[in-house]
Design a protein around this ligand. Sequence first.
Ligand code: SAH
Ligand code: SF4
Ligand code: F3S
Length: 466
Amino acid sequence: MTETAWMSGETAVAPDSVQALTKKVFVKTYGCQMNVYDSQRMADALAADGYASTTDIGDADLVLLNTCHIRERAAEKVYSELGRIRAIKAERASHGRETVIGVAGCVAQAEGEEIMRRAPVVDIVIGPQTYHRLPDAVRKARAGERVLETDYALEDKFEHLPQPKPAAVKNRGVTAFLTVQEGCDKFCTFCVVPYTRGSEVSRPVAQIIAEAERLAASGVREITLLGQNVNAWRAEGPDGRAWGLGELLFRLAEIPGVGRLRYTTSHPRDMNDTLIAAHRDLPILMPYLHLPVQSGSDGILKAMNRRHTADDYRRLIDRIRHVRPDIALSGDFIVGFPGETDADFEDTMRIVRDVTFVQAYSFKYSPRPGTPGADMAFHVDETIKDERLQRLQALLVRQQQDFQTSLVGRSADMLIERPGREPGQWVGRSPWLMPVILDEKPGEIGDIVDVRITRTGTNSLHAEAL
Ligand code: SAH
Ligand code: SF4
Ligand code: F3S
């Protein structure tokens, strides 16, 4: 619910089990799921060069920060982390151990030269479009060069990034991300993504199917398709027709072993009929949809360049609920966009009450250099932003709790993921993304089993096997 969720989450790539590799890489990931996916692919590319992943930064010959530029606080974190890393590098150097430091991701893309200037400890700055060149950059850095690699590559990075070994996929668990689309052409006036990730690029169908088949063959049961605007994905289908995300989902649902499909993040403008039909016809497409609306005020939506009205969004949700009544909605909201009045904010509260969300991320508007929003008049006072955010989050938290409470006593399917924190406990994933905790083992990891929800925690559900 707060900024500590996925938008600023920090996750480490799971360590490799391969012992024979000598050099170690530590990757710290900030920001969205696409960065999580990219971090794994960078680790895969480096594994081919003899680097094993470690979760111990002090043990790492190569430290990579995969960064996020979406809000001011996210970008600041990078510089404070680099201060800490400088000390670690000096400590290792005192034992004669060399450490290469790399900054990747959206801060690298947006502020590459500034990072090089402000942080001499950094050896490599590499933008999201050029990760296939990372092994080469590391070799250069080890030879003493400082490498700045932020051009938009002409070649397809995905085609050039090596696929993970089946053992590495298994190690990461039974759920996996699969990036199908990258970049954004929408230019919402608050957002840096079109500048950090470049224009929309869709991966070809054959590449996506091959990757999904490899994941499934290595034990992955739930695949989440990723894109900054994942539902803007389009490519030529094997039938020669123009495919959108709906057609792709129908095709992926045929892959043996794939038990669940999801996709994120979507834009309301790109929800077409075939995609809605996929929600109607594909039981393995989970009844959960992250569809950000940002604001409930038409004036603010216009100023944000979202190119739809609040009622367009309401009508769209009605259409989706008509074919899939049990669908759970999740959203993103920004409060305090320049010019937002009390009445505009009340419109946001109203759309939340009308639509009801089971989960949501809400943020105070953060002016981003280079975006049109930053130069707009009538910036909203921080204290007003704080008040609005608190009221909105209170409403969203109540809706989440109401939803989770409504599930108590109901049965649901759950994908068994891993042992829980307490001995004997098992953790799985509900159709609505929130984790389910059981006090028994109702099957093997990777099984999809029926459970009954017995009670609800803050962000999780408790259940018993049926
Ligand atoms: N492509 C997605 C959003 C990607 S960014 C979409 O169009 O919905 C993820 C979320 O971060 C956005 O939905 C927005 O709510 C938030 N965000 C983006 N830029 C922001 C800014 N400058 N200040 C505050 N929140 C922002
Ligand atoms: Fe940013 Fe808008 Fe593109 Fe989403 S659609 S990534 S908010 S510019
Ligand atoms: Fe952040 Fe870049 Fe993702 S700015 S949200 S890491 S696309």
